[in-house]
Design a protein around this ligand. Structure first.
Ligand code: XMP
Length: 502
């Protein structure tokens, strides 16, 4: 910062604050943003696009946390549909985590390239279980196991409800090929849509002259594609999905299964990322899987961020102890106030690697502050918890009749115990059990669909960009990042009460 010529962005003050003093001990509630003149007439078209890694941008720079009370397949799917991304947690067996990823990867694209099939002769009972496990409502039936030759289609509506029919074969209920409307493998989306409308059908299997299966198009996927142009998708049109791995034990085996299931990015997530264990884990993954995108965390200092970049992270996750389910700071004294940590990390690595701010977001304004002080994306846990898409059941408080869901830190005793039951034993779990908990379980109000929360966040972020005087988040970041102190107003205790107490 050139101190001699320093002034606030609007020239209100010319005395530069001391940089270290400005940031030390500061977090989200310590600042407001100076409103800037805007020429934009509407906020609706404001872009909040931002980089997840150097090669992947998100239309909404929000990432759902890899916690067992936040992200499974349902949350990851919703996140990607809204332009963000979800990280499927690892507190479950390898097979189950991989199948959650596979559900997301299959759930939206105009053409499902490898639709799930069952062979003719399969009992209804098994087909029902198969549909439920894979989150699908229609199953292609092939003539024999592995033949890839279409025999018919069994939809939810064809599946009988009486238990007496459970052992009968799918053949008795499916629509046979002779009565199915099908498309050619290279059919256009428009033509497929026309056919589906004309015949009032929900699914269009794609087959060649020998009835070999080449894909499946569903009406829902076509509708979703049109409604959500900003959805996060890979080059084949499938929703993007990330997944977490650990840094020890079976992590390479887990990574292999997740990548096989289609995971686009892996998150190596450990409490103290600035460590030899992280370095070994990244080397192990790079050695086995080459350039697979890796988001590594967590760190809370500039030195930690530089370390992550230098060992080859594609994005650095910043945050030690700010999370709502965390007790790390209380139990160990380790941590750096979150906005300070984000700024330190950014000053250390600049734009050489994107920073993901993780934890401590209580209100939507915190997301904007994180993004203009150095983060490219923001990971949310509790802010997305309590929703329909978050794993776990809705519980009712018997006294107040209020509906609630559980939210818990991944090192809370409850999460550690459940992981142990679900994924069997491993070195990593033994280590977790040896370590006293640094997480806690709390009840949060039930909040319905996460969609309304994500729409609200997008709207508030667009408004913040407008107050920043620009029509893209990228432009505000470019203007503010070199010296946020010119744009931020430090708050006194009285100003904090004036701003936040309602
Ligand atoms: P928020 O504030 O969004 O934070 O709920 C989510 C982040 O909290 C971290 N996390 C933990 N940190 N002990 C910790 O110290 C834990 O048990 C724990 N579980 C989750 C994690 O980074 C998450 O994204």
């Amino acid at each position: 910062m050139a101190r001699s010529s320093w002034q606030t962005v609007d020239g209100a003050f010319a005395a530069a604050p001391d940089e270290a003093a400005f940031w030390t001990g500061r977090t989200f509630d310590d600042f407001l943003f100076r409103p800037q003149k805007t020429d934009s007439l509407t906020r609706r078209n404001i872009s909040v696009n931002s980089l997840l890694t150097a090669g992947v941008a998100l239309d909404l720079p929000i990432v759902s946390s890899n916690m067992d009370s936040v992200t499974g397949a349902d949350m990851a799917r919703a996140m990607a549909m809204h332009g963000g991304i979800g990280v499927v947690h690892r507190g479950m067996s390898i097979a189950r985590q991989a199948s959650e990823v596979a559900v997301v990867k299959r759930s939206q694209s105009a053409v499902i390239v490898s639709p799930l099939c069952l062979p003719a002769g399969t009992p209804i009972r098994q087909a029902r279980r198969f549909a439920r496990q894979n989150g699908i409502t229609g199953i292609l039936i092939e003539t024999a196991s592995g033949s890839n030759v279409l025999a018919g289609l069994l939809s939810n509506r064809d599946t009988p409800v009486h238990s007496a029919d459970e052992d009968r074969p799918v053949d008795d209920f499916m629509t046979p090929l002779s009565r199915l409307v099908t498309g050619a493998p290279d059919i256009s989306t428009d033509e497929a849509e026309r056919l589906m409308f004309e015949h009032r059908i929900e699914r269009l299997p794609l087959i060649d002259g020998a009835n070999r299966i080449h894909g499946l198009i569903t009406r829902r996927d076509i509708d979703l594609k049109r409604e959500r142009p900003g959805a996060s998708k890979d080059s084949a049109g499938h929703l993007r999905c990330a997944a977490a791995v650990g840094a020890r034990g079976d992590y390479l085996e887990r990574a292999a299964a997740l990548l096989e299931a289609g995971a686009d990015l892996l998150f190596i997530d450990i409490a103290h990322g600035h460590s030899a264990i992280m370095e070994q884990a990244v080397a192990g993954l790079r050695g086995k899987f080459g350039s697979v995108p890796l988001v590594c965390g967590n760190v809370a200092t500039g030195a930690g961020a530089r370390f992550m970049r230098d060992i080859g992270a594609d994005a650095v996750k910043v945050g030690v102890g700010p999370g709502r389910g965390c007790r790390t700071r209380l139990e160990t004294a380790a941590g750096v106030p979150q906005l300070q940590a984000i700024r330190e990390a950014y000053l250390a690595v600049g734009d050489s690697v994107p920073i993901m701010a993780d934890g401590g977001v209580k209100t939507d304004k915190d997301i904007f502050l994180a993004l203009i002080c150095g983060a490219s994306t923001v990971m949310l846990g509790s802010a997305l918890s309590g929703t329909d898409e978050a794993p776990g059941h809705v519980i009712e408080d018997p006294a107040t009749h209020m509906k609630k869901k559980l939210y818990r830190g991944m090192t809370s005793p409850e999460a550690v115990m459940e992981t142990l039951y679900d994924s069997g034993s491993s070195e990593e779990l033994d280590a977790a059990l040896e370590t006293p908990p640094e997480g806690q379980e709390i009840q949060v109000p039930y909040r319905g669909s996460v969609s309304s929360i994500l729409q609200r966040i997008r709207g508030h972020l667009q408004s913040s960009v407008s107050y920043g005087g620009e029509i893209t988040l990228a432009a505000v970041r470019e203007k503010v990042l070199p010296d946020p102190s010119r744009f931020l107003v430090p708050l006194s205790a009285a100003a904090r009460i004036e701003s936040y107490e309602r």
